[in-house]
Design a protein around this ligand. Structure first.
Ligand code: HEM
Length: 247
């Protein structure tokens, strides 16, 4: 989806995705991450130049018609990529894992396509793949009986908020029919996720399609053997999700 949005030519998508994965997954060495990041920056610079020369039907080409400089366009491409690719991809994989571990919930989603929208919101809450963000106070702020002094940086823990027992009944339970909405998986306030509607559409299409096309989908290894990303990864997820099904 992100390649489509940015207008990355089809033949480049495989290597482009590998590069991006290498600097976003938190699983490669610092040197490899820096090398992959630099290569991606270089690729995006060339892509911006190509779109300026020959605009195609995509967001990046449209933006060449604005007053943004090449460097700013490369920055826009990079933020869309970093924010939009790893998040949604991990929601899809981790969400599938969560459904396979909760067969009654998976069966409910299969039986009732109308549940898809609510299921996506609950998976977003339950998994909170984008765990923490930071804010710096511009002035002294009183919050929950604490004073946050000006120029102090605070960490916002969206995953903790999404499991707050004062806000959600049985917060550690995946309940696709949950009524108490209002999760913070996309953040809150002026910086809340720009791509949340696109991400929702992707998931509302993908989860029902997957579970209905593969009625016998199941884990190919035990749940304990599924490797999860380290705690230090910016975006939570599975390293890989081995599955199987009957043909
Ligand atoms: C399931 C998928 C996604 C999740 C869980 C997610 C989550 C988030 C979160 C938590 C924030 C930070 C909000 C804050 O600072 O309080 C954010 C920001 C952002 N997201 Fe997403 N995101 C997803 C998909 C996407 C997609 C598909 C795009 C673009 C196509 C995108 C673009 C952005 C951008 C540009 C920002 C920065 C907004 C700003 O600082 O003003 N995200 N996202």
């Amino acid at each position: 989806m992100i390649c489509e949005l940015l207008g990355v030519p089809y033949q480049d998508r495989g290597s482009f995705q590998e590069q991006v994965d290498s600097f976003l997954s938190g699983e490669t060495s610092d040197e490899d991450q820096i090398a992959a990041y630099t290569a991606t920056q270089h690729y995006l610079g060339e892509l911006v130049a190509a779109k300026r020369a020959n605009p195609t039907d995509d967001v990046l080409s449209d933006l060449t018609d604005s007053d943004l400089t090449d460097e700013e366009l490369r920055g826009v491409a990079l933020i869309l990529l970093a924010a939009g690719l790893d998040t949604t991809a991990n929601m899809l994989a981790l969400g599938t894992f969560a459904l396979l571990r909760n067969p009654a919930q998976l069966a409910a989603l299969r039986a009732d396509p109308a549940l898809a929208d609510r299921a996506v919101e609950e998976l977003l809450r339950y998994l909170s793949v984008a765990k923490t963000f930071m804010r710096t106070a511009l002035e002294d702020v009183e919050l929950g009986g604490q004073t946050i002094e000006a120029d102090t940086t605070v960490i916002l823990s969206y995953n903790t908020a999404n499991r707050d027992p004062e806000r959600f009944a049985d917060p550690h339970v995946l309940d696709l029919r949950r009524q108490d909405g209002g999760h913070l998986a996309f953040g809150h306030g002026i910086h809340q996720c720009l791509g949340q509607q696109l991400a929702r559409v992707e998931m509302r299409v993908a989860f029902p399609a997957l579970v209905n096309r593969f009625p016998t989908l199941r884990l190919a290894v035990s749940a304990e053997e599924v490797g999860l990303r380290p705690e230090t990864a910016d975006i939570y997820g599975v390293k890989s999700l081995p599955v199987t099904w009957d043909v």
